[in-house]
Each structure stands twice: as C-alpha cells, then as structure tokens.
Design a protein around this ligand. Structure first.
Ligand code: ATP
Ligand code: MG
Length: 553
C-alpha cells in the first residue's frame, strides 16, 4: 500500500476516540463506488481517506461496488475502477465486494420489516406518491396502502419478487413517519420492480433494493466500523440508522459525512462526464483533459501527486471549490525534483551554423537534471543544422528579450554560443532559415574574452531529431463552475487542446509511457499511452513549468 504521512482531521479524531474508549478494537472502512462511470479526482479524495485510514490504523478497507441500479452499470466500469484504485497505490481487503452479493439477505431483511409491520407494498402511482410526500414546509399524507395487513403485504411482496407486478406499479416502502421533518423518513421506497438484467446476478431478480436500504445493511454485514460518505447524505443518516435499528444485524456502523471535492474549471458529476464522452466533446473517459483518474494518469499525473493533492485539500465538513492550481502544484513539485530533462522544439525553425563543418556530428554530454548529478548524463548529437523554437528568435528586440536576435549571441543549451548573422524568408515574409556562426571555444565555458552571453535557448539537431506531436492542454471549461450553468457545454474551452508538430532529441524515441520528462523551458510531458508509436511519437503536456492559472484569471 501507499505510504504517506497521515494528517489529522475530524474523522481521525472520532476514530481515535472510538479506539481509546474500546468501542472498536479495529478500524474497518470501505470505498463504495457505483460502477456507472470512471473514477474521478473526487473519488480519489474518498479513496485516500478510506484506504489511508485503514492503512494508518492497521485496519482494513473493502472495495464494494454499489450495484443496485442495473440499468446504468457495466462490467467495464467495474474493471476500470479496480485498476484505478490499484494505480493510486491501494489494495482492498480480500475480494472486491458487491452490494448484489447481499441481494438474498437484503430481501430477507425486507421481509423482516414487513413481518414487524414496518414495511408495506404501495400500489399508488409514482405521481400520487410524490403528491403524498408533502414538502419541506408541509407534512406528507399517509398512503391508502399504509395499513394493509402484514399477511397481505407478505403476499404482495412475494408477488413483486415473482414478477407479477409491472415496473412502477408496486413498490415496497418502509413505514416510518409521513410528517417527519426529514423527507427521507417519509416512508421511503426500499424495493422497486425492475425487469433488468444485472451484470452480477443476471436475470435472477426483478426487484432491486434502493441505495439507502442497501448501503447501511451492506456496511453492517461487512462489519464496517466507520462509514464515510459525502455531505449530501447527512439527512439519509436518519434512514441509515432507522434501518439498522429495526432489522436483525449484529453491528451498527457509524456514518460520518465530509464535504465533496469540487474542482474549478471542470465537472465532477458522472452524469456530466458521461455527456462529455457520449457527445464526443472529449476523446473518451481517459482523455487527458478529463478529471478522471484514467485521464490524469494519461496526462502524466503520478499516483503520489494525486495522493499528495488529497492530503493538501484535507477533510472537513465545509463545501468549497478547490483551485486547479492546487492540483497542478502537486505534480509540478514532484516532477521538478524527479523528472529527467530533455530537449524538444514544438514550433521549429531551421538554424544553420555556417562555420560548423558539414557532415560532422558531435556527441555532447547533457545532464539529466541540473541540480541532481545522481540522475546522470546522456548523449545529445550536435551538428551544423539544428531546430530552435520560432519564438526564440527576433530580428530586433530590446534588452529584456534574452534569446537569439540578429547580430547578437545566445547560448544553445548544453552546447555552444552562436551568433545570428542573417535570415531567409519565404514570399510571405516568414523566416525559413536563420544563419549563424558559432564560437568553438564556448562549449561548457563562457567566452574567453569576457563578453557576456545571457540568454540560453533549447534546440535539437535537425538530422537526428525525431518528429513528434505535442498535445498542449488547458482548462476544459472557461468558467470556474461549469456545473452551475444551464448549458454547461456552452462553456467548454475551444482551446483546451492545442496540437503542435515539432521535434524531440533522439533519446526520446525510447521513452516509456509512464516516464515523465521536463522538456526544458517548456513544461512537463509524458508519452501518450494510447496514440504514441515508434513511427509517430505523441507527447502529452502534464503541466507547465509555472503556474499560469492565476495569471490568466
Ligand atoms: P456522482 O454523483 O458523480 O455519480 P457519486 O457520489 O454518486 O458521484 P459514487 O460512485 O457513488 O459516486 O461514489 C463512491 C464514493 O466516492 C462515495 O462514497 C462518494 O461519497 C465518494 N465521492 C464521489 N464523488 C466525490 C467527491 N467529489 N468528493 C469526495 N468524495 C466523492
Ligand atoms: Mg452514487
């Protein structure tokens, strides 16, 4: 499992108390995703919390698929979720669990409630049920089916289970209190009819338990001690406790709510993420612009950077929106220390060094990290023709511009000082070639005569350069909270992906997909795990060298 320094929060304080008082001797948590989409960075917060607590208290954490809605769930999502949890560095206790593992028991508990006079089958239409529910200001009204006898209810529920009632025509409701100030306690539906094939239980069932009924019982059956969920379930805690108080289970886990992670300039609801994928606004769930774990992985985020982010945001009961720059700082900090440097030119222009011998190739030594000798050096070929970045040359410029200017000098990174002599242009006035001379005495040292050369630019040798595609990513949306918009598609950022065709130094041809790099003076990049091949290298920009978010805002 992943080892990070634990940071205290109100949930850990509750656990500390429970252990000290002897209420529990072992901590048992669970992470309960519904397999109806890929995991996103919000789930990472819950994963790091649940698995992190289990790890730090030498307890256990289950992975449980909360699969009570067969219409929306898929085995593909089951698989991606397991891969993502493992990628984050966590391992669950035993086999993955499924709420559907407990369908038999859940059905038995529903029967138990009926037998105790605490549940009834309602044949009201859904509209009528909604009507009778009341509002926050007005109490609800009892259903005409509320006082059906226990014997009749048992028969009705058996009929539901046997497929004798159509979808939407009958539902099992808990008999609690139609005038409760908590809407969830106004006789909530706990079982409904669904003639649907289930990815785990096949066609065995045509009645499925509702989330609120399922979740608390699954927690209890698994011996979960602390059931951590997000704040929107605060009211549902009343129902969670009511169910467990009224059925024959041995344990009663404590539900504790914390605030969801909201991240600016993106959306987190799976329904919205689905829409982005289905409408082709992104290339898939793992599009590097998506806030999904799979997208972030493909973008070049590391498991430790995601965990670090989850630690930095902390766990509270306060709802807020986290700035994207916080997430980016975590990966930038890590890569600044750990990522080997390399040279890439994204918008190339040809530069010819006229006094450098034709056909000669020098193997220069370049350090892999400027501040860490232990990362070693690599060979970089140098020759008469190279590419530099188009924006690194100007025909004239003031002193602030510390790059190459006509009749002025600049240092080529890890190589010589060159001086720009003249340029060729095409008919439209675009520079096609920059002609330079170089000073052969300046490899690794300043000019002997004491003249100062301040600027340093990056380059790749033309003949040895590997063509490469660079995918530069920006925020997916133009507004901080796209979820608040009526039409969130209208706020998509049209420039969230910019593609450049350029070159990388030859050593990059062998780069592995999970290896991050800093392309010097540009940013952090990784090989695209889907689209890159030896014939067509593709690099994703993970993050820029500096925080540009706050500048843009
Ligand atoms: P959505 O509304 O996007 O479908 P969900 O909460 O229904 O999300 P689940 O698959 O049910 O998604 O979530 C599994 C677990 O992850 C739950 O315990 C949930 O509270 C937690 N979780 C989901 N989104 C976030 C988030 N943004 N921040 C923190 N925890 C989250
Ligand atoms: Mg859910």
């Amino acid at each position: 499992m992943a080892a990070d320094a634990p940071r205290s929060n109100f949930i850990r304080q509750i656990i500390d108390k429970d252990l000290a008082s002897g209420k529990h001797s072992q901590v048992h948590t669970r992470f309960p995703p519904e397999p109806n989409g890929f995991l996103h960075i919000g789930h990472a917060k819950s994963i790091v919390l649940n698995f992190g607590i289990a790890e730090d208290y030498q307890g256990t954490c289950n992975l449980r698929f909360d699969d009570t809605n067969p219409l929306k769930e898929k085995v593909d999502f089951v698989n991606s979720i397991q891969a993502d949890v493992r990628w984050l560095g966590f391992e669950w206790e035993g086999k993955p669990r499924y709420s559907s593992n407990y369908f038999d028991q859940l059905h038995g508990f529903a029967v138990e409630l009926i037998e105790k006079g605490l549940a009834y089958v309602d044949f009201s239409s859904q509209d009528a049920m909604r009507e009778m529910r009341g509002t926050l200001k007005e109490p609800g009204v009892n259903s005409p089916y509320r006082d059906t006898s226990i014997a009749e209810n048992l028969k009705h529920f058996a009929d539901m289970t046997a497929g004798k009632h159509e979808e939407g025509k009958a539902a099992l409701r808990a008999k609690i209190d139609m005038s409760s100030p908590f809407m969830v306690l106004r006789d909530p539906v706990i079982y409904r009819v669904r003639f649907a094939h289930h990815h785990q239980t096949g066609d065995k069932w045509c009645v499925y338990p509702m989330y609120d009924f399922t979740h608390c019982i699954s927690d209890a059956l698994e011996g979960i001690t602390h059931s951590l969920c997000t704040l929107e379930f605060q009211d549902n805690r009343r129902l969670y406790d009511w169910v467990l108080d009224n059925i024959s289970v041995d344990s009663h886990p404590q539900q504790i709510e914390f605030s969801r992670l909201n991240l600016q300039y993106t959306v987190m609801s799976k329904r919205k993420l689905h829409l982005l994928v289905e409408e082709g606004k992104v290339s898939g769930w793992d599009d590097p612009r998506m806030p999904t774990i799979a997208g972030m992985r493909r973008r070049g985020y590391t498991p430790s950077s995601v965990r670090e982010f989850c630690h930095r945001i902390g766990v509270t009961k306060m709802d807020n929106q986290v700035e994207m720059s916080m997430l980016e700082a975590c990966i930038r900090d890590e890569l600044n220390h750990g990522a080997p440097r390399a040279l890439a030119v994204l918008d190339p222009v040809r530069l010819v060094i006229e006094n450098y011998p034709e056909g000669e190739v020098e193997a220069l030594q370049a350090p892999n990290h400027p501040n860490d000798d232990s990362m070693g050096t690599r060979e970089v070929p140098f020759s008469r023709e190279i590419y530099i970045e188009r924006e690194d040359f100007r025909e004239s410029a003031n002193k602030k511009y510390k790059r190459l200017v006509l009749e002025k000098e600049v240092r080529l990174r890890n190589a010589y000082v060159v001086k720009a002599e003249r340029v060729d242009k095409d008919v439209d006035g675009n520079i096609t070639t920059i002609y330079c001379t170089y000073d052969p005495e300046t490899l690794g040292t300043d000019p002997a005569d004491g003249r100062k050369v301040k600027g340093v630019i990056h380059w790749v040798a033309a003949e040895h350069a590997q063509p490469a595609e660079f995918r530069l990513y920006d925020r997916l949306f133009q507004v901080p909270n796209p979820a608040a918009e009526d039409d969130f598609f209208s706020t998509l950022n049209p420039d969230s992906l910019v593609i450049k065709q350029g070159f990388v130094e030859p050593s990059m041809a062998a780069a592995a997909a999970d290896q991050p790099f800093q392309f010097e003076r540009i940013g952090y990049f990784c090989v695209d795990s889907q689209d890159s091949s030896a014939e067509h290298l593709v690099f994703n920009q993970t993050v820029g060298l500096r925080d540009t978010w706050n500048d843009q805002a």
